[in-house]
Write a protein that binds this ligand. Sequence first.
Ligand code: SF4
Length: 215
Amino acid sequence: MTVSDIVGEAMDIHKLYRDKKERYEKILGLLRRVGLNSEHANRYPHEFSGGQRQRVGIARALAVDPEFIVCDEPVSALDVSIQAQVINMFEELQKDLGLTYLFIAHDLSVVNHISDRIGVMYLGHLVEVADAEELIFHSVHPYTVSLISAVPIADPVLARKSERKILKGDEPSPLNPPSGCTFRTRCPYAKKRCAEAAPELREVSPGHFCACYHL
Ligand code: SF4
């Protein structure tokens, strides 16, 4: 499909235009919004770089005037300089269009940069949720603490002072997760109780939730 048809497909399904002219104008408007132009409309995805293809995907998501967008690893396949461009674009679109994102990513620096609120998952379970700053500076779940300690620090003096919390073992298969708390096979604080039933998320400070018996 051409970029024009990719971006226009959801508009076709939801009948979001009166005639072909309006459809084409809307598509061009969406391409401009994500930093592409009318020349790109009739090209095919293989003619674009990874960053441009992400822009096409974002234009396609915007085609139905959403309020909420699920962004599943939107920048993980891009190199760092392109990541920064795409993330800046996400932020500008959010401001201009009043969007809410559910942003799924593995790179904690990216997550911290873009998020108002962060949820940490382990083996498909939410183990900790808090506002971004609270979670980064006051994390309490042993898995989150270990994740945050693994983020590289640019300042060599601070890096030498920081303590890396390395987890033992490998992540179990999600097809055959451990009983009780799924983190217990790698947790330094695991007790008998942790194998018996999964801990529920509970509020440990205002707006900060954690699923762990150790607290
Ligand atoms: S519930 Fe137990 S095993 Fe799970 S994170 Fe807390 S202390 Fe560790």
